[in-house]
Design a protein around this ligand. Sequence first.
Ligand code: COD
Length: 162
Amino acid sequence: MRRAVCPGSFDPIHNGHLEVIARAAGLFDEVIVAVSTNQAKKYRFTLTERLEMARETLASLKGIVVEPVGEGLLAEYCRQRGVSAIVKGLRSSSDFDYELPMATMNRQLSGVETVFLPAEAHYLHLSSTLIKEVAGLGGNVSDYVPRSVQRRMLAGEPPHNQ
Ligand code: COD
């Protein structure tokens, strides 16, 4: 079985993420959507909420598993789970500059390859940060996030640390 991982904070998951995950599912037998937690980061949504939003949104797609990933090395997680590829979406050359050293390090650490998928043009500008800013200022983000995310954003909960 060829298994890949799509890692991210997904705070929250948005249509740019979903598009890349769906394309990854067409390339691999199983795709793990690995929702990360980093104590140094301040999240808008709890880990439980980020997992729920991803699971609710991806429930209808076959071959996709959503699970939390701890603070350790992603390369080690891939080795333990028999993951042969990390799939990342690329929006820009700055994404590439940021991702390339990590891809090389991950391959050297555990042999896992990184597969880069060019972001869909319609979602090139999307980031979780921008979506939170627009929604926080009262803008309509319904074209950019799935319903389960929109619902939670409208509920307007305060920031969390986890
Ligand atoms: N279109 C397409 N793809 C997109 C878009 C978009 N509009 N926006 C984001 N993406 C993709 C990117 O590939 C991104 O990597 C991924 O979605 C997740 O995005 P975010 O913002 O949810 O995730 P980040 O950047 O907060 O997550 C960072 C990781 C957890 C992936 C990263 O920190 C990591 O790999 N950590 C593991 C720790 C580790 O092993 N460190 C050593 C590295 S060598």
